[in-house]
Design a protein around this ligand. Structure first.
Ligand SMILES: N[C@@H](CCC(=O)N[C@@H](CS)C(=O)NCC(=O)O)C(=O)O
Length: 220
């Protein structure tokens, strides 16, 4: 039996959750409250670094969401989420890693600002917006006029970038500047896996309130 330890608002968790759904696998979700559940001994036994997501499959415990995506692809290859043509493999990996290493460092401070956490530093915000726009131009060029990054069918590139991209508009990074990228994002959001895993406005409001209380406690 597959079990995913997660929280619904985590982008790191959501990419694995979407992959499980897209593969049509049967799995159990165990939701953690990151206000402390991650430090409980039973969870630390799964991940000593106290991070979600964690994927358990029988005797195997996997930490790190990208390792989970690779594991699912190798263990449950149908339907495939990795193309086989060499150039398409390179593109899928490029998009996955550029999301992690180039887009996320811009998204993180913009998210803190959107959520109203702390005083945003104007210079850092400008830098993040510039980096985010550069990323969107890069991704638009990689997508070209294909329906998905790997070609005609969904791949792990779509899963990884596609669980960050729906936030871009709200962060001040307009996907609409790139019509094909916007159409790609809309296509993903219409899929059942994206709809099932989409955070609701109530979840976002509850998260914002929890963080506000946490910050007040730290300052008090
Ligand atoms: N590189 C890890 C990152 C995991 C991560 O940062 N998880 C965060 C939530 S998004 C977490 O568990 N934070 C709780 C903590 O650090 O105690 C992955 O991709 O799985």
């Amino acid at each position: 039996m597959l079990t995913l330890y997660h929280t619904p608002l985590s982008i790191n968790s959501r990419r694995v959750w979407v992959a499980l759904l897209e593969k049509g696998l049967t799995f159990e979700l165990k939701e953690l409250n990151l206000g402390g559940d991650q430090f409980k001994p039973e969870f630390l036994a799964l991940n000593p670094f106290h991070h979600i997501p964690v994927l358990v499959d029988g005797d195997l415990t996997v930490i790190e969401s990208f390792a989970m995506l690779d594991y699912l692809e190798a263990q449950y290859p149908t339907p495939p989420l990795m193309p086989t043509a060499a150039a398409a493999v390179a593109k899928v990996r490029m998009v996955q890693m550029a999301t992690l290493n180039e887009l996320m460092p811009a998204v993180n401070p913009l998210t803190r600002k959107m959520m109203g956490f702390g005083e945003p530093d104007a210079e850092a915000m400008q830098k993040a917006l510039k980096q985010g726009s550069l990323c969107l131009s890069f991704f638009a060029a990689q997508l070209g006029d294909q329906p998905y990054f790997g070609g005609e069918t969904l791949s792990l590139a779509d899963v990884v970038l596609g669980t960050v991209a729906p936030w871009c508009e709200q962060l001040g990074l307009p996907l609409a500047d790139h019509a094909a990228l916007k159409a790609w994002c809309d296509r993903l959001m219409a899929r059942e896996a994206w709809q099932t895993t989409a955070p609701t406005p109530e979840m976002i409001a509850a998260f914002r309130e929890r963080m506000r209380q946490l910050m007040a406690q730290r300052q008090g």
